[in-house]
Design a protein around this ligand. Structure first.
Ligand SMILES: Cc1ncc(COP(=O)(O)O)c(C=O)c1O
Length: 473
């Protein structure tokens, strides 16, 4: 052994300095740098509950990131904690490969119960990317030999595994990797382009083409880009006419985020397959799933010899399923989907007022339920130059530096946590837990209003003194 091991007891009192050191030496060199740029690396977290994160130095932080939609129920929902304790106190079995798991059966049955139409077959996995991989494989198996192509959109993120990345236009790192062959991008929101691609890929015999499926989000979550009404219906129609499968990614938007159980329900269409993850695990368990219509599942995997074509060791662990069962029950019993719709509408109206008062800073505000974003204006070159003197790292993220400054100041001055879009650097994402209240939204608006009243140079000044203070301490 190179060094003595650190125990759980030691970990309780581990200073932040050591956490940073271990990140730099053993986890990732860039993450501490990035967090430092946003001044997010200075807090030691004590615990988290509901909408709030509590720090050791006594701050109560409003979490408007909602763990990027993992925390639809908030942090450590009491019923989720209770479910997990109950499962463990009764020493329930975790791995069910050789017996029928009641947990997997009930979770799948309940997911089917909240899904429209005949979306009845559920495969449980551990992440969004894995759910999308599974969905693409299912579609390919369903279509059989002869069809080769997957259509995706030019505004898309479906995960970072190889196949998911091959259909994720917004992931810049994909240029470093070998992508799947036969994936074709079409403009998001333009169903004519999809129709054109079908024509280009049609055989001589009428009604034949070599497209397996199209994968897309019903609303592009990052940046909240909503296609025009009718887009999804037309994609559905074209898929039906040409026997192409329609896969919808609900990894971020699923389970109430947009004010409906699933975001495709705003257009009342039923996809052939859809994928979920993030909040399904109640903020505790890493659970994802793909859900397919009866006929799709039956043809692809319905026969005994095909039933284990797609599987994984950690698929359907007992406690993960148990937690996810409770997560859906809490969502429904607490009326959180309706709360997302109502609070989302209120938030959006108040943000629009804010926009009208801050036209020099805000370019646009977009929202669907509690999936909300503020798009910032691109600051003038003069300001970009000013920033060079403050932080060279922030300069690296040129388009994102104003976003970074606002994120830092909201946290340090007002105890409000938000994040920049992972790919859209001029966008501040607001994805609170679905339990958020009017008072919390009012606090957010009043705070950001006060911050913006400093104007851009004032915010830059405040950020630079914050950086200096953090460097000294
Ligand atoms: C829409 C969407 N799909 C898929 C994924 C990938 O999910 P995961 O990170 O769990 O693999 C994400 C992750 O942010 C997402 O936002």
């Amino acid at each position: 052994m190179k060094e003595p091991l650190i125990t759980l007891e030691d970990l309780e009192n581990l200073p932040l300095k050591s956490v940073k050191e271990y990140y730099l030496k053993h986890v990732n060199k860039g993450i501490p740098k990035f967090l430092s740029m946003l001044c997010l690396d200075v807090f030691e977290i004590k615990y988290a509950e509901g909408m709030y994160i509590y720090t050791k130095c006594g701050r109560k932080i409003y979490d408007f990131t909602g763990g990027f939609s993992v925390l639809n129920l908030g942090h450590n929902h009491p019923r989720i904690l209770k479910a997990r304790t109950r499962f463990n106190e009764r020493k329930q079995m975790e791995i069910w490969k050789t017996f029928l798991s009641p947990y997997l059966a009930v979770l799948s049955r309940n997911i089917a119960a909240v899904s429209p139409g005949d979306l009845n077959y559920v495969f449980i996995c551990n992440s969004g990317a894995e759910a999308n991989e599974g969905a693409l494989k299912l579609a390919e198996k369903y279509q059989g030999a002869g069809r080769k192509k997957i259509i995706y959109t030019d505004l898309s993120f479906h995960g970072k595994t190889h196949a998911a990345m091959s259909v994720s236009s917004c992931e810049p790192s994909r240029k470093f990797f070998k992508l799947l062959d036969n994936c074709i991008s079409v403009p998001y929101g333009n169903w004519y382009a999809f129709e054109q691609i079908i024509k280009e890929n049609s055989g001589e015999k009428s009604g034949t083409n070599d497209i397996i499926a199209i994968i897309l989000e019903a609303v592009h979550a990052e940046g909240v880009i909503q296609p025009l009404t009718g887009y999804l219906k037309n994609i559905r129609r074209l898929c039906d006419e040409h026997n192409i499968l329609m896969i919808i990614d609900e990894v971020l938007c699923g389970f109430g985020r947009t004010g409906k159980m699933f975001s495709f329900e705003h257009e009342e269409i039923i996809p052939d397959i859809f994928t979920v993850a993030k909040s399904l695990g109640g903020g505790k368990a890493s659970v994802g799933a793909y859900i397919s219509r009866d006929a799709i599942y039956n043809k692809a995997y319905g026969r005994l010899q095909d039933s284990m074509i797609h599987s994984s060791t950690f698929s359907g662990l007992g406690e993960e399923c148990y937690t996810a069962i409770e997560s859906i029950n809490v969502l429904v019993e607490e009326g959180l989907v309706n709360n997302a719709r109502d609070m989302g509408g209120y938030f959006f109206d108040r943000l629009n007022d804010l926009k009208d008062r801050n036209t020099g800073i805000i370019a646009d505000v977009r929202g669907m339920g509690l999936l909300i974003c503020i798009e910032l204006k691109r600051p003038a070159d003069k300001i970009v130059k000013m920033l060079k003197n403050i932080s060279t790292t922030i300069q690296d993220f040129s388009d994102g530096f104003l976003t970074g400054i606002i994120v830092s100041l909201l946290l340090h001055r007002y105890n409000i946590l938000v994040t920049p879009g992972p790919h859209e650097k001029r966008v501040i994402m607001i994805i609170p837990p679905l339990i958020v209240s009017r008072d919390e939204i009012d606090y957010f608006i009043d705070s950001i209003d006060e911050l913006f009243s400093m104007s851009i140079p004032g915010m830059i000044k405040a950020y630079s003194s914050l950086k200096v203070r953090n460097m000294i301490s």
